[in-house]
Design a protein around this ligand. Structure first.
Ligand code: GLN
Length: 290
């Protein structure tokens, strides 16, 4: 691409990039080429299809080349373009935060279906990252408030930017710290979390893209369950009496997490929700009256 003299059009550059990405092992080569190009041209993807013959200007080409190099080095598209759609909202992302996944929308939907009936709900989002979970809930529930906790100050900066972007920052508090440490003595309607849940030994087997996401957001100790142990152990102290907890889990973890929660005697397992691939993805726990 670098030395070619002829004019590059939207169509010829997309074809070239698709093949280049394919050779580099990128999973969706054509789609990624289109997303990157439409980002650089500041247009919708559809625009590309109705302007196939449009020639690219030198500065567009140069910006696209940089993006193509990054993607070929297996940087996720969301980090290159700096954003990811989640629950119909556009979230800013940087390599300091996990990229929001469609699976996590299952967690948000499960929480929303319970919270819609509650006036003035107060939500605690543990390990908020980009803020996607809490912010999308607040954007859907005008009377709800939230507290987000993350151990990473860089992640909280991203989350704050997203809260402002979606105009919920006046209903959201940001706390830096480890799990419940910054919210001692407070009680919430719901505790929500997509904690790090990948077993430490599995990280090397993940795709190059996932390995560029923060380890802090991925690794859940030796068996992947460390954060569930701590959240379940301590969680009851931070919930109101009719409160609930909803957590995303990894493949094969739902029943283990459910058993862990029941063993405390503080929770009943209200629901285990499957994701679009049929995998048990979200565990919903309710406070048990005794
Ligand atoms: N869902 C992420 C993955 O793809 C893991 C996120 C997490 O550990 N919570 O692997």
């Amino acid at each position: 691409m670098a030395n070619k003299k002829e004019v590059w059009t939207i169509q010829t550059i997309l074809n070239w990039t698709r093949q280049y990405f394919l050779d580099k092992g990128v999973e969706n080569p054509r789609l990624d080429a289109e997303v990157l190009l439409s980002h650089i041209l500041e247009k919708e993807r559809l625009y590309l299809y109705v302007h196939f013959d449009q020639p690219l200007e030198e500065q567009e080409l140069s910006a696209f080349r940089t993006a193509v190099k990054q993607r070929a080095a297996r940087l996720p598209v969301a980090y290159i373009i700096g954003s990811k759609e989640f629950m119909g909202l556009d979230f800013n992302v940087t390599p300091a935060v996990l990229i929001p996944r469609p699976d996590t929308e299952i967690l948000v939907e499960a929480a929303l279906s319970r919270l819609r009936a509650v006036e003035n709900a107060c939500i605690l989002d543990i390990g908020t990252g980009s803020g996607a979970i809490c912010i999308s809930i607040l954007a859907n529930l005008p009377t709800a408030k939230g507290v987000t906790v993350d151990i990473s100050p860089e992640a909280l900066t991203v989350a704050k930017g997203n809260a402002a972007k979606h105009q919920v920052e006046d209903r959201l508090i940001f706390c830096q710290g480890d799990l419940f440490t910054p919210v001692k003595g407070q009680r919430f309607t719901a505790i929500l979390s997509n904690p790090p849940y990948i077993p430490a030994g599995d990280i090397s087997g993940l795709t190059p893209e996932v390995r560029q996401e923060p380890n802090l957001a991925l690794v859940g100790g030796e068996d992947g369950l460390d954060f569930y142990r701590r959240i379940i152990q301590e969680g009851r102290n931070y919930l109101v009496d009719n409160g609930f907890m909803a957590m995303e889990v990894g493949i094969g973890q739902a029943q283990l997490v459910a058993a862990m929660a029941e063993a405390t005697g503080c929770f009943k397992v209200k629901e285990i929700v499957k994701d679009y691939g049929g995998i048990e993805r979200v565990v919903v726990l309710e406070v048990l009256y005794v």
